[in-house]
Design a protein around this ligand. Sequence first.
Ligand code: ROI
Length: 157
Amino acid sequence: MASVYIALGSNLDNPLAQLEQAVKSLQQFATDFALSPIYGSKPLGPQDQPDYVNAVARFSTPLSPLELLDCLQQIENSQGRVRLRRWGERTLDLDILLYDDQQIHSERLTIPHYDMQRREFVIVPLYDLNPDLILPDGTAIGTLYRQFQDHQMVRYT
Ligand code: ROI
């Protein structure tokens, strides 16, 4: 079993309901499932798009990284994923942040997620879930969290 962290994001078609539905789907192939608080965040990227709803899930899974990616893409598609432009609005984004301590650089997958350390809507909920987490490159989540302590996100749950 691998321990994985997944980022959830949505800013179209009732984002809160999108996240809740995605959680139900993820739980189909997960054990020890935990969800961070759900946050509302300003868009990273073009500002002429709705605010996002973001959270991070942690669970154990028997799936390989590519099998997990396939499952996540299936969930995105089953919820009618629309992505209108690069860095633009989308109905549902499910990104693999961490897969055990593995570092993967392949055509389909980059793990850890290439930009996670700079995103408050990833780092803050990750810290909520596991304040003792150490990333594969040795960075402590607490060090990253301190940079975002004054974040302006809204907490929904
Ligand atoms: N901005 C926020 N706040 N949350 C996201 O989940 C998100 N996802 C994206 C981009 C377009 C980079 N901006 C985001 O893919």
